[in-house]
Design a protein around this ligand. Sequence first.
Ligand code: C5P
Length: 230
Amino acid sequence: MTEHIKSDVSVITIDGPSGTGKGTIAHMLAQTLNWHLLDSGALYRLVGVGAEKKGILLSNIKELVLFSLDMDVHFSRLFEGSIELNGEEVSNLIRQESSGELASLVAVIPEIRAALSERQLAFRQLPGLVADGRDMGTVIFPDATQKFFLTASPQERGERRYKQLINKGLNVNLRALLLDIAARDERDSQRAISPLVPAEDALLIDTTELSIDQVFEKVLTTSQQVLSKH
Ligand code: C5P
């Protein structure tokens, strides 16, 4: 369980399943406000990928926890820019579907979630933080200044992800991708610890029929209104 430390630094949380555009929106918001950005999913991906590289079995929780606590991570400030894990550039590797799958397998382990929580809290620095993930508003930053939860139909999320991967030149099958997304949604929302659910005080935005610019407009306007009263 995350022990919550009170802080005066503002946080805006953007949670939701993959394919809702939350990574892009979080990045646009952090850039516009000139705030820090936490891509929490990348941390779970790094644990999954790093453990696999070192040959640590997912059943070896003690080694996994040590790895999560010790890993040396550097994020560039650019969106989908370089990410270094223990001195090695891994940004392309961690963006692969197989790494998302590994991430969701390590993300069900309570000890790993606990091991990563302090690292996530440390991102809360002036002038403010935009945090993107699954449990940012519910578990890591329950006192966030503003919380958003983005959704979209599974079909739409699958198609968006398909286009992204095709644009990267990867060979993917839409049907298989839709099945993978459904399996990952199920695992993320049914797990016992920190499941993917909206915080009670989150503003829900269904992005199925909206463009990225329309979603961003809504997120930015709401955030500015809240921050002006803060
Ligand atoms: O957001 P992204 O697709 O990079 O996340 C990869 C996986 O990491 C998710 O499917 C989820 O299982 C896990 N995750 C999580 N909690 C977060 C962020 C990601 O459990 N805050």
